[in-house]
Design a protein around this ligand. Sequence first.
Ligand code: MN
Ligand code: MN
Length: 469
Amino acid sequence: MEKTKGELLKEQLFLNRKDATDLLSDEEMQKVFDFCEPYKKFMDAAKIENEAVAVAVEMLEAKGYKAFEAGKKYMPGERFYYNNRGRALIFGTMGTRPIEKGVKIMASHIDSPRLDLKPNPVFEKDNIAQLKTHYYGGVRKYQWVARELALHGDIYKKDGSVVHVNIGEDENDPIFYISDLLPHLAKDQNARTLKDGIKGEEMNVWVGTLKFRDDKVSEKVKLNVLNILFEKYGIIEPDFFSAELTLVPAAKARDIGLDRSLIGAYGHDDRVCAYTSMMAELDYTNETPDWTSIVVFADKEEVGSDSNTGLHSSFMEYFIADLAAPYGVPVRTVLSNSKCLSADVSAALDPTFPEVLERNNASFLNHGVSIMKYTGSGGKGGTNDCYAKFTSDVRKFLDDAGVIWQTGELGKVDQGGGGTVAKFVAALDVDTIDIGVPVLSMHAPIEVVAKTDVYMTYRAFYEFLKADL
Ligand code: MN
Ligand code: MN
């Protein structure tokens, strides 16, 4: 039947939301599902920053990327990676275009909310040895108790050696546990607000109950636990001070739902954008690219990007300065002509809690990669508000390539909000916009993403590398 004038006009004038589940063919859906299988493996192998860096370096080296040498003049097609203290990573491919004309940056973060051990974590109380924790990032504490936890991280000993710890992922490993009250006796705790349902200093991890058999000593359970650690790793109690040990959910990435359309995993925020940007870089740069690509995996985003492995520090700027120096180009010239996708997740609308987002500007599962012109909170505070010209350029290359995308906003006005690394990259005079996968239950031990959105995010990053900007 012929369309009416109104129907045609509406098609022409209205913003038409695109739903990937309607638009993708069976073949395309198969590609979506296939793309997500290795993603789940990556998530299981890369639960913390150090592991994400190690896994990525292995994948990069297999594709011919070599450790960056400052002072070397990189030629078109040459691939490099720069490992920042084992916790952050920059990698990319030199393009044919002169570096003074700018580079294309994709910046994600590989840290996720979790429970870090305190510098002096071990104590014994009522014959139970426990570890004190200090939560990292925006954690809703009640979600982290009475569940299986795994211990990951590195211990640096005074002799310079490093011990890698990973306990709780293998099904034969023990796991770790933070207790909660039984409902029968939770009258007082139930009266607390949800935020304080579990308090920070109540997040103590159980590690043992057996005593070291020696009547002469006190704190026998703590001694027994420290002795197990000494026998296994050669560490003593003061070594915890120079350690980065963290508790993460002891769970693997799994499909969710009978139709397997969703993935539940720890730390989609933001390793889903790290992984998709890395795969775009690996796939696109099979041939020598036009623009030089710079992929950044940053640390410390969840605590404000501070520290020298976070993007509030100068490590990315210094890296680009080193890359440009042999060409006699000042870094500010490169940066002022550069483009950046701040690759970070957005909040998806949850039909159970729709009231925190404003429907017209919310991101929905399966509606593709989400672009946020700004993040921030309280009247766009603390954000990169991308100027409209670059927003338009991004719109254009995505539409031209048939990438399914949507707009997003981090909550309705004055509901809350948050930030990303975008403002730190934009502070270097780089054109920057936020783009990433919509996530449900963000910062929960298990977060949820839709497979079609993961794939569309990969496609968006690939098309960014290809785009004539
Ligand atoms: Mn994030
Ligand atoms: Mn986050």
